[in-house]
Design a protein around this ligand. Structure first.
Ligand SMILES: Cc1cc2nc3c(=O)[nH]c(=O)nc-3n(C[C@H](O)[C@H](O)[C@H](O)COP(=O)(O)O)c2cc1C
Length: 210
């Protein structure tokens, strides 16, 4: 008997950062599906200026992994020291440990958007620019979840974005916003730890909570 498909509710409520991924290859059909799901997302003025680079080539994954690991080893230890509390420090420790294995994930999807990062532009321009790719990234991650594939949204590579673009031949007119490692999880699916929604909901006036 085939398994019932995962409901959207269950996908949303069990999607979490999966940093422990098996080396088993991800079927190409699944990679095509998650990107197709990504391209169903909204973008400002429906520009759809996104592009997705799938990286399965072992040599390229290694080169990207090396760039990512060096960045993490340079930047994350001081973040661990400066963390406000243990749970923040734990996230950084996980991220640092993951960085050492980044190049070993079976596939990565580099999410690109046309144009430069909107540094120095208005808040509206910045929100519209990043907001024109991040909904597609969430679609991609949910679609992966629906096929039993783990993902984690990463952005740290942007510190060395030129190196990543060079490895993949990404043209100057595109920027990279996220790298999504994807693979079958070693870890369990479970509801992530989040604040209760009631704590962050205000009814008709800020501060009125019920
Ligand atoms: C905008 C954004 C950027 C992130 N960048 C990184 C990153 O560079 N490296 C990393 O390991 N995780 C990164 N993460 C993953 C977060 O640390 C993770 O989603 C968060 O801690 C929640 O984890 P959980 O779903 O397992 O609870 C990023 C997440 C978001 C939303």
């Amino acid at each position: 008997m085939s398994e019932a498909p995962l409901s959207l509710h269950d996908a949303i409520y069990t999607l979490r950062a999966m940093r422990r991924l098996k080396p088993d290859p991800v079927p190409e059909e699944d990679l095509r599906y998650v990107i197709d799901a990504a391209t169903q997302a909204a973008s400002g003025e429906n520009t759809q200026s996104w592009a997705f680079v799938v990286v399965t080539d072992a040599e390229k994954r290694k080169r990207i992994g090396d760039v990512y690991r060096q960045l993490a080893e340079t930047g994350i230890p001081s973040l661990i020291e400066a963390a406000a509390d243990e749970s923040e420090a734990r996230v950084y420790r996980h991220a640092l440990r993951f960085a050492g294995r980044f190049g070993d994930v079976p596939a990565m999807i580099v999410c690109c958007l046309r144009g430069p990062h909107p540094t120095g532009e208005s808040a509206t321009a910045q929100a519209t620019w990043y907001g024109s790719i991040l909904p597609s990234v969430q679609n991609l991650m949910l679609a992966a979840r629906s096929r039993g594939l783990g993902t984690v949204l990463t952005t740290m590579h942007i510190f060395s974005e030129a190196d990543i673009k060079r490895v993949l031949g990404i043209p100057d007119e595109f920027s990279t916003v996220a790298i999504i490692p994807i693979g079958y999880p070693e870890g369990e699916w479970r509801q992530p730890v989040r604040k209760p929604s009631g704590e962050v909901t205000h009814w008709n006036e800020w501060g009125i909570q019920r």
